[in-house]
Design a protein around this ligand. Structure first.
Ligand code: NAD
Length: 387
């Protein structure tokens, strides 16, 4: 893989404090390839705890801030102030923090969902475009190398014409009301913090984005969704949902989003069925891609091997046989965010136009999909034109 050639981007975090679920992987991914350097942060809703955490991470105490507004204002006055910020806070805060960051001229890497409504997402997109700033969204599974292989196989016609897209992210961790004990789950089932959906936004948007990467030519025409709250106290938010979708070329898809698939660890699957062959990928076995040609034995393609398409080997760090996982996938994404940010200051390598990463449009599409699913489900599970 290409190592960073330029100085690291001065980077901060909002949220992702001690004990948070997702903060650690952001830091690990951003710092892995020396693309980013952590110089500031406002890590926690509890100011004192957040400032202490920043100091424990090795920050200058003056740059471990009580809150994001103070951080953005103070950093803007420094000649060596932050250039980019990652937002890893509960969903209800993303829009305001992302907007404030863009207004301070920062590049942003935001957790999903980017915000709650399409109108908000369009506002963020307009701001990022007007200021020439990158907005990345951490659909982290897209950094797995076999997703690039799947994309190249579809583009090269290895599957024939695409007919069926079978997606799921269905884990079992919230089969019971674990939110009574777990604060990280509690906000996820409260519309004030989580927004208009639970599992559709929390897990369903992940395989949705993978399908957008692998099948960029397919556009959703209409969809139908039903959603349930099997743990009753979660209503009106759903802990299970099934979505059917039709694309404009006649292909069809389904996405099963669930947190109550008892016994399942993650259960994230992408299966693409073409007229000649199918491929299937599971996030619990990310180094393998099943390639199934009608009438032939199944082939398991392995990460890091010479027989893969070149696009699937760009991020290879160590060669085939050595398992890579979610932390490497996230690092691959952060490296791409770094290249895209570098591109805005004229220091990106050639080939930037081919760089695939979840940007502001991916964030917007995730929000749009949830909005359409909720519209369908709350009208009784009817077909709705995708808008
Ligand atoms: P969490 O509840 O475990 O942690 C949230 C953190 O944000 C805590 O440290 C909290 O103190 C801090 N915080 C809250 N409000 C803040 C504010 N206004 N300013 C500064 N810090 C604040 O939550 P989590 O599970 O880490 O989820 C955070 C976000 O990450 C959510 O949007 C979630 O959807 C997303 N997430 C994404 C993935 C993924 O695969 N991309 C996985 C898990 C979570």
């Amino acid at each position: 893989m290409t190592e960073a050639k330029n100085r690291p981007i001065r980077w901060a975090m909002v949220g992702g404090g001690r004990g948070s679920q997702i903060g650690s992987i952001h830091r690990s991914a951003a710092l892995r390839d020396n693309t980013f350097e952590l110089v500031a942060g406002a890590f926690d809703i509890d100011a004192a705890r957040g400032r202490a955490f920043g100091v424990d991470l090795g920050l200058d105490p003056a740059r471990s801030y009580a809150d994001y507004a103070t951080m953005f204002a103070a950093e803007a006055k420094r000649p060596d102030g932050i250039e980019a910020v990652s937002i890893a806070t509960p969903n209800n805060t993303h829009f305001a923090i992302c907007k404030a960051a863009l207004e301070h001229g920062l590049h942003v890497i935001c957790e999903k969902p980017l915000c709650f409504t399409v109108a908000e997402a369009e506002e963020l997109k307009a701001l990022s475009e007007a200021g020439g700033r990158i907005v990345g969204v951490t659909y982290g599974y897209a950094g797995h190398q076999m997703i690039e292989q799947a994309r190249a196989m579809v583009r090269n016609g290895d599957l024939g014409e695409i007919r069926i897209v079978n997606l799921q992210f269905a884990h079992g961790f919230h089969s019971a009301a674990v939110e009574e004990q777990n604060p990280s789950t509690r906000w996820r089932v409260d519309p004030k913090f989580a927004g208009p959906s639970y599992v559709l936004g929390d897990v369903g948007t992940h395989p949705l984005y993978l399908s957008e990467v692998i099948l960029p030519h397919l556009k959703i025409k209409r969809l139908m969704c039903v959603r349930q709250s099997f743990v009753k106290s979660r209503a009106p938010l759903e802990d299970n949902a099934v979505t059917l979708m039709e694309y404009d070329n006649g292909a069809i898809a389904n996405i099963w989003s669930s947190a109550v698939n008892a016994g399942s660890m993650h259960g994230q699957k992408v299966r693409i069925v073409g007229s000649k062959a199918s491929i299937e990928w599971w996030d619990e076995w990310p180094n393998q891609l099943s390639f199934e040609i009608q009438g032939e034995p199944v082939r398991i393609l392995e990460r890091g091997m010479d027989y893969l398409y070149p696009q699937a080997r760009i991020d290879d760090r160590i060669g085939g046989g050595h398992p890579e996982g979610l932390f490497e996938a996230w690092a691959n994404l952060y490296r791409r965010f770094g290249l895209a940010i570098g591109g805005t200051r004229g220091v990106a390598p050639e080939g930037l136009e081919d760089l695939v990463f979840p940007g502001v449009d991916a964030g917007l599409e995730g929000v749009r999909w949830v909005e359409n699913c909720v519209r369908s489900a709350d009208a009784g599970g009817i077909w709705v034109e995708y808008s």
